[in-house]
Ligand binder design. Structure first.
Ligand code: HEM
Ligand SMILES: *[C@@H]1O[C@H](CO)[C@@H](O)[C@H](O)[C@H]1NC(C)=O
Ligand SMILES: *[C@@H]1O[C@H](CO)[C@@H](O)[C@H](O)[C@H]1NC(C)=O
Ligand SMILES: *[C@@H]1O[C@H](CO)[C@@H](O)[C@H](O)[C@H]1NC(C)=O
Ligand SMILES: *[C@@H]1O[C@H](CO)[C@@H](O)[C@H](O)[C@H]1NC(C)=O
Length: 297
């Protein structure tokens, strides 16, 4: 549900005009391509399904692309624009470089969609649909993706650096970063649940293992058993490039274990564990309700 809001909230100021049909300001609709590209979702599903055969991680990488697209001038596929003389590619922003994956799969989806419905479907909608089918293929619940986004002709590397939250942010900063996109605290906890699958490089959490906030000690909110396990994968003198699962228990499944892991102090990133371990935080009851698979009250 919050994915829908992520997409909708981030897309304002867009007048959607397609095939002579003019839809008013900022309105998206799941049936947008019903007549012009009826097989769209099936095509996206097939390409992602095939990609998963050789890369179990690709669904996670595709969702993350949608997130990193939406937080920078709305869900407008600006992340797909390569560097040129006039474009400062978002792909070169700090949170994306040596980290985002799946651009080749997005190209494959776009080719398959173009073959079926030429010059009809936006890349921004393809990113949104790829995120949804990735959740379904990982065993999660799908949603009716609102469609009709238009693609940007500009990108903004500076905004990608400014808007995408880094993993060391505390809870207040995470909230502020989401609020800047029109997303509230429930959205923050719900969307962080995408860390139920996929991987992270050691460099994003290695400070928690040995010298947390310059204390010379590990992060006290990190489960000691998990700490020992992570120290093997991410030695202090390592280069930070090893990968480990974001979800310790069910690494490739879209389920609620991301939230139950937080109860065991086994959130991988600081930005994960702070949702449950920040003293007195309003995110704690939200984590608890998602861990029970009930809507927050
Ligand atoms: C709350 C703030 C967030 C922070 C600080 C954050 C940070 C990170 C970091 C540091 C990584 C590891 C990247 C790497 O090592 O290459 C990562 C991976 C990932 N993030 Fe987030 N993230 C956040 C929110 C989100 C949201 C909202 C989504 C999607 C809705 C998301 C989806 C993912 C996925 C699926 C991966 C794994 C990607 C892969 O395996 O290729 N994250 N995130
Ligand atoms: C962007 O660069 C990648 C990798 O070099 C290439 O495969 C892709 O076709 C390029 N996309 C565009 C739109 O030029
Ligand atoms: C966030 O917004 C959603 C939808 O508008 C609402 O249901 C939820 O209660 C809000 N959460 C908070 C913490 O305000
Ligand atoms: C821990 O970090 C602090 C601050 O960055 C630094 O001054 C200190 O030397 C570090 N300690 C160790 C043991 O690396
Ligand atoms: C990568 O992880 C392995 C254990 O899985 C460890 O032996 C190795 O030292 C690590 N390498 C680096 C560069 O961190």
């Amino acid at each position: 549900m919050s994915f829908v809001r992520l997409s909708v909230a981030a897309l304002c100021c867009t007048i959607v005009v397609l095939a002579g049909i003019s839809v008013s300001y900022g309105q998206l609709d799941p049936s947008f391509y019903e007549d012009t590209c009826p097989k769209l979702q099936a095509i996206v599903l097939e390409v992602v399904h095939n990609a998963l055969r050789s890369d179990r991680r690709i669904g996670a990488s595709l969702i993350r692309l949608h997130f990193h697209d939406c937080f920078v001038q709305g869900c407008d596929a600006s992340i797909l624009l390569n560097k040129t003389d006039t474009i400062d590619s978002e792909q070169d922003a700090f949170p994306n470089v040596n980290s985002i994956r799946g651009l080749d799969v997005v190209n494959n989806i776009k080719s398959a969609v173009e073959a079926a419905c030429p010059a009809t479907v936006s890349c921004a909608d393809i990113l949104a649909l790829a995120a949804e089918v990735s959740v379904v293929l990982a065993g999660g619940r799908g949603w009716r993706v609102p469609l009709g986004r238009r693609d940007s002709t500009t990108a903004n590397r500076g905004l990608a650096n400014a808007n995408l939250p880094p993993p060391f942010f505390n809870l207040d900063k995470l909230k502020a970063s989401f609020a800047a996109q029109g997303l509230n605290t429930t959205d923050l906890v719900a969307l962080s649940g995408a860390h139920t699958f996929g991987r992270s490089h050691c460099r994003n959490f290695v400070d928690r293992l040995c010298n947390f906030s310059g204390t010379g000690q590990p992060d006290p909110t990190l489960n000691p058993w998990y700490l020992q396990k992570l120290r093997v994968i991410c030695p202090q003198d390592g280069d930070g490039n090893n990968l480990t699962n974001l979800d310790l228990t069910t690494p490739d499944k879209f389920d609620k274990n991301y939230y139950t892991n937080l109860h065991f102090h086994a959130g991988l990133l600081n930005s994960d564990q702070v949702l449950f371990s920040t003293f007195g935080a309003d995110t704690i009851p939200i984590v608890n309700s998602f861990a029970r698979d009930t809507a927050p009250s």
